[in-house]
Write a protein that binds this ligand. Structure first.
Ligand SMILES: Cc1cc2nc3c(=O)[nH]c(=O)nc-3n(C[C@H](O)[C@H](O)[C@H](O)COP(=O)(O)OP(=O)(O)OC[C@H]3O[C@@H](n4cnc5c(N)ncnc54)[C@H](O)[C@@H]3O)c2cc1C
Length: 570
């Protein structure tokens, strides 16, 4: 768990460097809107917020690992975004000329920079302080959305390139898997070097003087961490890890999926001091979804990552404070307020709490699942998982919309996708629009009336044994990854017996909920309030909820109105 300076990275996907003198690097084409050009009027608006300065080739505007660096617009000349600057592995990610701007999502989120900006053609830049940029993005819809959209795309380009963090560890190591999952859930660009199969991994370890026993290691902008915990990694990257500033607030939101984000946006915009805790990453289940097609206002769908990042920035714009990773472990009532503990050392106290901890996919009850979960079983199908199973055969188990979406998405990356469904009809739990999509894809095979019996493989997954429920016939399907989407279990263990739960562990609200001992006489519970006054439950964790993004967002907004009613009874 120690950190040192890493002298070396590895070679990235583009071979060009900025070191060759006199070379005229061409501007990176703007194929998808990731590198738009600002017009003169937009540059004039930005000029009022910053200052111009002349640049010479070789000037470094910001470095990998820097936080809160300025926002730069290239007025004249050229600037390259470079990874591994000054190392033998240096390579260019993109090159920008007049009217283009630098940076990516990190400038808005406060994370470290994943590249170095190096001037490659003399000219002039406009430098705007990051906090001014954030204000502008929050108040100017035209420029704000142009920048935000470009930054979201740039982040997904970085993820696709495998830039950013270097994770070196074995596919059989649970800690390697933990670190990879942490990066994926937090939408951090990362490249994993598998100690078992990648010769570059061993070479790099030798260069760094690290023995395989000390893996996984993570390199963040040249800093080397040996088997870092998630909190240590979060702090190194600049995620809003919980600190001493978490003490009290008006409204504590536990969980930052769509329901918690919505409560945070509405609460903070109404002037409440809001703290949001999340044990893993902002965005919840929605953040792990490749494309949400039925959320109002997005006719061509929106990726879960984009929805999550936009929501988080919106909540922060209104002043909501986030803590990630910050897992709530218990809740207690003290003097009419609630104290939620985060691990051993941190706690937050608030008069009102919104429970938005959602649900997680149930596990398959089959032999050796515990082992394979650490290496080859996934409960999400995002860009990060797609990278890991590129060109491989995969099996998805489940018959609902999540399984269907995963099949559509993974079919673009995997060699073959087999969808294993217990039901005899795909229409039992899956929406019609998805069924149509799934059935049209040539490399997706649907097996109805079928159950998974056993994952097969010595160290990594090699195949899955499945069984026809009617005939008992067994088949073995080649599979390097198993994706499990078989229904949800609520995340309510941290609540112990603080609030009333239904038989499945979901939180009861409104008239369904009992009344906790000690509740004031005559207390009238509102529809999203639990058995405890001032504790609300929203989204998937709530008994009877619709288990949809829109419904979760609606719950979050409604909880705030009800919270205000509780504060100011009429
Ligand atoms: C693959 C997939 C595809 C989907 N596709 C769609 C779709 O197309 N359309 C649609 O409408 N819905 C879809 N859904 C469902 C939708 O994502 C959920 O209904 C929605 O995310 C629920 O939001 P939530 O905020 O209630 O909970 P969640 O999204 O589950 O978020 C809960 C959050 O709480 C955190 N948490 C849990 N326990 C703790 C704790 N003790 N302390 C701190 N934090 C904690 C979790 O880390 C998580 O971030 C999909 C779900 C999945 C998994």
């Amino acid at each position: 768990m120690s950190e040192q300076r890493a002298e070396s990275g590895i070679r990235g996907p583009e071979a060009a460097t900025v070191a060759e003198p006199g070379e005229d690097l061409p501007e990176t084409p703007d194929l998808h809107g990731a590198y738009p050009r600002l017009d003169d009027a937009q540059i004039a608006v930005l000029s009022a917020l910053g200052r111009r300065r002349a640049t010479q080739p070789g000037d470094v505007l910001f470095r990998e690992g820097d936080r809160n660096c300025d926002f730069f617009v290239v007025v004249a000349g050229k600037v390259a975004a470079v990874e591994g600057h000054g190392t033998p592995e240096e390579h260019v990610i993109s090159v920008h000329g007049h009217g283009r701007f630098l940076g990516e999502l990190n400038l808005l989120t406060g994370e470290v920079s994943f590249s170095t900006a190096v001037v490659v053609g003399a000219g002039e830049v406009l430098a705007v302080p990051a906090d001014r940029l954030r204000e502008l993005v929050a108040r100017d819809p035209a420029i704000g959305d142009l920048i935000l959209r470009a930054y979201l795309l740039r982040r997904s380009i970085l993820i696709g390139l495998g830039a950013g963090l270097r994770i070196i560890g074995s596919r059989y190591s649970p800690d390697t898997r933990r670190v990879r999952d942490f990066a994926a859930r937090n939408r951090l660009p990362a490249r994993w070097l598998d100690l078992e199969t990648d010769p570059a991994a061993e070479e790099l370890l030798a260069q760094l003087g690290v023995s395989p026993q000390d893996t996984p290691i993570v390199i963040v902008a040249g800093r080397l961490f040996r088997n870092p915990g998630n909190a240590e990694l979060a702090a190194a990257i600049g995620l809003p890890a919980p600190g001493a500033s978490l003490a009290s607030c008006d409204l504590l939101v536990v969980g930052s999926g769509p329901a918690g984000m919505s409560a945070a946006v509405y609460g903070a915009s109404e002037g409440l001091r809001v703290i949001v805790l999340d044990g893993t990453a902002t965005g919840g289940q929605a953040g792990t979804t490749s494309r949400i097609e039925n959320y109002l206002g997005f006719p061509s769908g929106i990726s879960g990552a984009e929805l999550a990042d936009r929501a988080m920035l919106q909540a922060r714009k209104f002043g909501a404070q986030f803590a990630v990773p910050a897992e709530a472990t218990s809740i207690a009532r003290v003097d009419g307020q609630y104290t939620v503990r985060v691990g051993e050392e941190t706690s937050v106290t608030a008069p009102m709490v919104v429970i938005a901890t959602g649900a997680r996919y149930r596990r398959l009850e089959v032999p050796r699942m515990e082992y394979f979960e650490k290496v080859s079983v996934y409960y999400a199908a995002s860009q990060a998982e797609a990278q890991l199973c590129r060109g491989d055969p995969v099996v998805i188990v489940g018959g609902g919309n999540s399984a269907g979406q995963a099949a559509v998405f993974l079919a673009r990356h995997a060699a073959r996708v087999t969808l294993v469904v217990r039901e005899q009809d795909l229409g039992e739990y899956m929406s019609r629009y998805l069924i149509d999509q799934v059935l049209r894809i040539p490399n997706v095979r649907v097996m109805l009336n079928t159950e998974v019996r056993e994952p097969i493989g010595d160290e990594a997954l090699e195949a899955i044994a499945v069984e026809d429920r009617r005939t008992g016939e067994r088949q073995v399907l080649a599979a390097r990854a198993l994706f499990v989407f078989i229904g949800m279990a609520p995340c309510t263990s941290w609540l112990a017996d603080m609030v009333d739960l239904d038989d499945y562990g979901f939180v009861r609200t409104g008239p369904e909920a009992g009344v906790a001992a000690g509740a004031e006489v005559g207390w009238r519970r509102s529809m999203l309030e639990t058995s405890q006054p001032g504790i609300f439950a929203v989204g998937d964790v709530r008994a009877g909820s619709a288990k949809r993004v829109a419904a979760a967002v609606g719950d979050g907004a409604m909880a705030i109105r009800l919270a205000f009613e509780r504060m100011r009874p009429t």
